[in-house]
Ligand binder design. Structure first.
Ligand code: CMX
Length: 133
């Protein structure tokens, strides 16, 4: 089912501050920022080979990323695996008894379709599956 690691999500307090490290100090190619209203985050993407780093800044105190930052501080938030058919993948995972956060896909950045698996079902790693537009 997995084609590649589409991105690794990193929770940050400030996109601007973090960008000055990833883009300006590490020199990673900056691919732009976008607000993902449904997830209450503003994101910035930086390329790493065929994958990317997604910096996540909460846009609301009730965002799941705001809760994560409050509990853990800044750090790795999730890993996103790219699949060819997210609906079929979700159906297969559900049939296998995996605890899903999203039973059907939501809208992610770049018009992708995304869904999360619960970290309690994945050894403590919040896992996203995504199907690019
Ligand atoms: N990675 C690993 N574990 C996590 C986690 C994360 N990112 N976020 C929460 N958890 C753990 C918590 O530590 C907690 O564990 P314990 O019970 O052992 O303390 C448990 O999951 C429940 O966490 P919580 O703080 O009580 O938070 P909620 O139950 O309110 O929500 C979660 C947790 C994962 C269901 C919620 O964050 C969620 O629905 N996430 C998916 C959506 C999302 O993260 N969107 C932002 C990114 C969007 C994008 O990339 O576009």
């Amino acid at each position: 089912m997995t084609l590649l690691i589409n991105h690794i999500g990193i929770a940050v307090k400030s996109l601007d501050t973090s960008l000055s490290f990833y883009r300006d100090v590490l020199g990673m190619p900056f691919e732009g920022t976008e607000e993902v209203a449904e997830q209450k985050v503003r994101v910035a993407f930086l390329g790493v080979g065929e994958s990317r780093i997604e910096l996540l800044e909460p846009t609301s105190p009730d965002s799941s990323v705001a809760k994560f930052l409050e509990k853990n501080g800044e750090g790795i938030h999730h890993i996103a695996y790219q699949v060819e058919d997210i609906v079929a993948t979700l159906a297969r995972l559900k049939a296998s008894g995996v605890r899903l956060i999203d039973e059907s896909p939501r809208h992610g950045a770049h018009h992708s379709l995304i869904a999360f698996l619960h970290p309690k079902a994945t050894g403590g790693v919040l896992t996203e599956i995504c199907q690019p537009a």
